[in-house]
Design a binder for this molecule. Structure first.
Ligand SMILES: Nc1nc2c(ncn2[C@@H]2O[C@H](COP(=O)(O)OP(=O)(O)O)[C@@H](O)[C@H]2O)c(=O)[nH]1
Ligand SMILES: [Mg+2]
Length: 684
């Protein structure tokens, strides 16, 4: 297998809205580079990148996939990502593995939610950015409008490097605005006469962007009004590397137009791993830039660790620094675990070829690793650093998950943990209050696929239901109660008497026990038993089986018996006193309220606001950003479980939200009544 030096490698990820053509663009790139001898189609299920059986059947990308090609002696490592928001996790991880994010935009749809999110994440991990406007051959395709939209969206200089000759059925080829030359399927053609002025304008734009990176170039440009092709090239390359410019290309992936030009321009303008030598890392809880030219240790990042039908278990790794060799011993600093490297492969779609090394800057696949999971950093011993740290989004969709049969119950845990290891946005958690296993993630399709994979791959039948709400119980008033536990049964009896004052405390303060016994009316050795009796009863709940919180209990009087008193007797007395007093002190249920940020195109505002108020939501504030509204609100968790689906359908998939727990608040009486009745029924 051929080895490439760092400056003859380009690493990029195709990211952006679902259906904008990422997989088709990758496919056309492979075809032009001779990796394949025919142009596969997503709809025919025969592309290099959509090779998973789920992807073939759904005709869309679900998992990140890795491929590579050689174009004019330069190796391109291409990461194709799913564009559906449910699979955002794979997009984020891909960003962290590459030097350049190539954001694809459909010429018909223009800027979409995922386009914006991709921009944001690329900025966060400090990637260089390029844009491909694809589907220029489609009816209603736009170009100039999208350039304007992009300029509004980003504070970087948007530089059309290839522009279309005609759109829709008139799309004939592309013009390279640096060279001022036109091409159709690799052959040079004449620039149409009516485009000559526009080409001059584009060319001027490229020069400006190129000069942006360098004061000397800027000066020369102002003085002489022109720059040589080499100066433009170097300048533009620098501007892209420094993230001040975003080159834009146009294509029709399915017609194979504009693809060869991009492949060459990637060689010319995309940073190689050698150029992109500064990466964002996190070391000792601090984010900083690491200069890889001064770092000679092994440093890798796992873009995806999967167990796949086609592969078995494999971890796709980008080496940022150092070369990885068979039998190397490395560390996973996130988890303080070690790993011994075994067999290694070069991966292209579902094909793989064994190699004995993954060189610095390059990608490869590692098999049979025990501890290595998606998004892990790989380092040498004692190097505690994390590559391009980024926060994965909080869940927006939740289900309680349970094995259908007893025999599957033992299998579901390990199977789920394998699935969650592959995608950091899928989480499982045992809710210790409702005793349900909660599976959460970025959407209905993602969570549905977890259920399908449990079945297909791990032979586990699982049920998904709406999770129970972790309500809590508390009181609103005071009570003063006494309880005497007295029993005479056979030998020696049981005796304990307590006087307790109950009062509410601030929300979130928990439980406060006050011992104000004087004169030994209850011997001090029994007092911990009283507290224990209270705490145990609080855990079980009194009103509807939910834990009691935020109360103060003051033990101020009581009595005991020399022979019959015991810890058990006082525990029982305390428990009865609490149950009694709790019901007299204005008991209520508390429900969790979550803070929610909702982003919707302005046209859907009315519907979305109506929906929030029907969910007992409270609007905290609103702000306008371009043609979108950002709504900050608080919504009860019970109303959030179905919010993802509702918001998607209200906004035709264009609205999205993020959420996080905020606080507990009184559940309205009518709702509380329903919860209490439901719990009584369950008990019966
Ligand atoms: N007409 C036309 N169709 C395209 C083009 N690129 C992709 N498509 C079609 O658009 C659909 C989505 O493409 P796909 O590559 O799966 O998009 P992805 O979700 O971004 O990977 C498929 O039916 C493709 O055949 C293009 O340039 N022109
Ligand atoms: Mg795709």
């Amino acid at each position: 297998m051929k080895k490439y030096s760092m400056d003859s490698i380009r690493n990029f990820a195709l990211v952006g809205a679902s259906g904008s053509g990422k997989t088709s663009i990758a496919e056309a790139m492979f075809f032009n580079a001779g990796v394949t001898n025919r142009l596969g189609k997503v709809d025919d299920g025969n592309t290099v990148m959509d090779h998973d059986p789920d992807e073939v059947s759904k005709k869309m990308s679900i998992y990140l996939s890795l491929g590579n090609l050689e174009w004019k002696k330069v190796k391109h490592n291409i990461l194709d990502t799913p564009g559906y928001s449910d699979f955002k996790g794979d997009m984020i991880t891909a960003f962290r593995a590459v030097d350049t994010a190539v954001i694809t935009v459909s010429a018909v749809n223009g800027i979409e939610v995922m386009t914006e999110q991709a921009m944001k994440y690329a900025d966060e991990v400090k990637n260089s950015i390029a844009v491909i406007i694809n589907k220029i051959d489609r009816e209603h395709a736009k170009f100039n409008e999208i350039i304007d939209e992009l300029s509004n969206l980003s504070d970087k200089v948007i530089v059309p490097v290839t522009v279309p000759i005609g759109t829709a059925e008139h799309f004939k080829g592309v013009i390279n605005t640096i060279k001022k030359k036109a091409y159709s399927q690799g052959k040079e053609i004449d620039i149409p006469a009516d485009m000559a002025d526009a080409v001059e304008e584009w060319h001027e734009k490229v020069i400006e962007a190129a000069a942006e990176s360098d004061d000397k170039l800027m000066e020369k440009f102002f003085e002489e009004g022109a720059l040589s092709e080499e100066e433009i090239s170097n300048g533009l390359k620098n501007s892209i590397l420094q993230d001040t410019a975003v080159p834009v290309f146009v294509t029709s992936a399915t017609e194979n137009i504009g693809i060869q030009e991009i492949l060459s321009l990637i060689n010319d303008f995309f940073p190689s791993p050698k150029d992109a030598h500064e990466i964002l890392i996190k070391k000792k809880d601090e984010e900083q830039m690491l200069d890889l030219t001064k770092y000679n240790k092994k440093l890798g990042y796992v873009a995806k660790a999967v167990s796949e039908q086609n592969f078995g278990e494999i971890a796709m790794v980008r080496m940022y620094s150092g070369a990885l060799n068979t039998s190397d011993e490395v560390e996973l600093p996130e988890k303080n675990e070690k790993e011994k490297i075994g067999q290694m492969f070069v991966i292209c779609g579902k094909k793989r070829e064994e190699v004995d090394q993954i060189p610095a800057g390059d990608f490869g696949g590692l098999v049979k690793l025990k501890n290595t999971k998606t998004s892990n950093t790989i380092t040498e011993k004692g190097e505690h650093l994390i590559v391009k740290p980024i926060q994965y989004p909080e869940p927006v969709y939740w289900k309680a998950i349970r094995a259908v049969s007893q025999s599957d119950e033992d299998k579901i845990g390990p199977a789920l943990s394998k699935i969650t290891d592959e995608d950091p946005t899928i989480r499982t958690e045992l809710n210790t209050e409702t005793f349900q296993n909660i599976l959460s993630g970025q959407g209905e399709i993602q969570i549905g696929l977890v259920q399908k994979r449990l079945h297909d791959k791990y032979n586990v039948e699982a049920n998904l239901t709406d999770p129970k709400i972790p309500y809590k119980e508390t009181i609103t008033g005071n009570a003063d109660v006494k309880y005497r536990h007295k029993k005479q049964s056979g030998g020696h009896g049981q005796y304990g008497e307590v006087y307790i004052k109950l009062s509410p405390t601030e929300i979130g303060s928990g439980f406060e026990f006050v011992d104000s016994i004087v004169g030994g009316v209850i011997p001090s050795k029994y007092i911990p038993a009283v507290e224990k009796g209270l705490v145990e009863t609080m855990k079980e709940g009194i009103l509807a089986g939910y834990p009691v919180v935020d109360i103060r209990a003051e033990l101020y009087y009581g009595s005991y018996h020399d022979v019959d008193s015991s810890e058990m007797a006082f525990k029982i007395a305390a428990s009865h006193a609490l149950k009694d007093g709790f019901m007299k002190a204005g008991p209520i249920l508390l429900e969790p309220i979550h803070k929610v940020q909702i982003i919707v195109p302005t046209e859907y505002m009315g519907d979305v606001m109506g929906d929030i108020s029907s969910r007992r939501g409270k609007i905290l504030g609103m702000s306008q950003e371009d043609n979108k509204q950002v709504i900050n609100a608080e919504i009860p968790l019970s109303e959030l479980y179905s919010y993802y689906t509702s918001l998607k359908s209200l906004t035709q998939g264009r609205g999205y939200f993020t959420q996080q727990f905020a606080y507990y608040q009184k559940l309205p009486n009518d709702q509380a009544q329903r919860v209490i009745e439901a719990s009584k029924k369950e008990e019966e």
